[in-house]
Write a protein that binds this ligand. Structure first.
Ligand SMILES: C[S@@+](CC[C@H](N)C(=O)[O-])C[C@H]1O[C@@H](n2cnc3c(N)ncnc32)[C@H](O)[C@@H]1O
Length: 377
């Protein structure tokens, strides 16, 4: 490659970038490694190496990435005229289809090219004139061009819809946890699929359904479509074989969701049904004050209680956190607890013996943290 610094897919391997929620790069890297990828944590996410089959498999099997980008070219560029010429040498026809619309998103940082709109326009023109594919702001296929320190990286967004949209959840509670984050918080709590999980404030059931799917060996991307299906590199037969390969199992444990809100419980049941896990999930309307541990072995309690971002709201929530802590300390011996909240004082109000706190995670403008205990006495 003339100016390039990474291999373009003319060769069979290139860099695949797994976008991470800020603060969750570490557990995402661990997840990718557990799935057999050679993964490295970098700023903003995790990189793995591979070809298109690895792109498909990562989208299908990994629970943690927000989206997955295939880095198809990289070159140094210091002015727009050079970008105009160099963008025409990207192997567009091996990656994009002439009949599929595409949109361009460009960003510039610490570079002599600083006008992202002008950069996007040069790349759009190169695609239109070299390949003939239509350019449209509503296109499902997106090319992301990032110019940083005068190096332009061209990537295709292979996911399309963000990956937390697994394709089963129609009903969503107020402030739902994203599935991608829920899966990585479960992983950080040491959950591997071999113990019961209970969420005492389950909302739309995200933690419970993710935990049940993991235990059943269900692939997170099994029910949805991806942008990579619209690329020239797509092979439907290989993809179908990959999607249906492997076995699922009926978990030996149960997965429990509780909430004081009847609407939340209805939503959770409907979401579990669509995800195909209703046979081993149980949802019931109960407040944390009345909650008792289910019969059978202990496991993991994981919860994100309501959290406020203003002092007044935080103070009002203290009694709820205190009640949650009291219930768990008195009625859940042997269970570990993972609690996600935005405020150390609220976490402390539970009185739970947190020994482990993970790195803060940026979510919806808030810094939230996972607090973890060992098995409760
Ligand atoms: C932030 S939401 C949880 C969102 C959930 N993790 C999801 O992904 O949809 C908090 C939930 O706590 C529930 N809740 C509030 N007070 C409660 C109480 N005293 N007992 C049980 N649930 C309660 C609310 O109804 C709400 O569904």
């Amino acid at each position: 490659m003339s100016d390039g610094q990474i291999a373009a897919p003319r060769t069979s391997e290139f860099e695949i970038f797994l976008v991470a929620v800020p603060g969750l790069g570490g557990p995402l890297c661990a997840e990718a490694r557990a799935h057999g990828f050679t993964a490295k944590t970098v700023s903003g996410g995790v990189t793995i190496k591979g070809g298109w089959p690895e792109v498909w498999r990562a989208n299908l099997e990994l629970r943690g990435p927000s989206r997955i980008l295939a880095r198809i070219d990289q070159f140094r560029v210091v002015h727009l005229a050079k970008l105009d010429t160099r963008a025409r040498q990207v192997p567009w026809s091996t990656i994009l289809r002439r009949d599929v619309p595409v949109r361009i998103e460009a960003s510039c940082k610490s570079s002599r090219i600083y006008h992202s709109g002008a950069a996007a326009q040069r790349i759009a023109r190169a695609i239109q004139e070299e390949l003939g594919a239509p350019i449209s702001n509503d296109a499902d296929v997106a090319i992301k061009a990032r110019i940083e320190n005068d190096i332009c990286t061209i990537a295709v967004d292979t996911s399309g819809e963000p990956l937390h949209k697994r394709g089963h959840k129609e009903a969503v509670a107020k402030a739902p946890m994203r599935e991608t984050m829920a899966a990585l918080f479960l992983r950080q709590c040491g959950y591997t699929g071999s113990e019961p999980v209970l969420d005492p404030m389950c909302g739309s059931g995200t933690f419970v359904i993710e935990a049940a799917e993991i235990a059943a060996g269900l692939k997170p991307g099994r029910s949805r479509t991806f942008a990579f299906e619209k690329l020239a590199t797509f092979d439907a037969a290989t993809w179908d074989a990959m999607r249906t390969a492997g076995t699922t199992q009926t978990p030996t444990h149960r997965f429990y969701g509780r909430d004081r809100d009847s609407g939340a419980i209805r939503m959770s049941r409907a979401n579990a049904e669509r995800a195909g896990v209703s046979a081993f999930t149980e949802f019931a309307e109960t407040s944390v004050q009345e909650l008792t541990a289910p019969d059978g072995p202990s496991g993991l309690v994981i919860v994100n209680p309501p959290y406020g971002d203003r002092l007044g709201e935080t103070n009002k929530l203290r009694p709820l956190y205190r009640a949650l802590g009291h219930t768990l300390m008195t009625r859940f011996p042997g269970w570990r607890v993972g609690l996600v909240t935005s405020d150390d004082n609220l976490a402390n109000a539970t009185g739970l013996p947190f020994s482990l706190t993970a790195e803060p995670v940026l979510h919806g403008g808030l810094r939230i943290k996972l607090y973890r205990t060992a098995a409760l006495p």
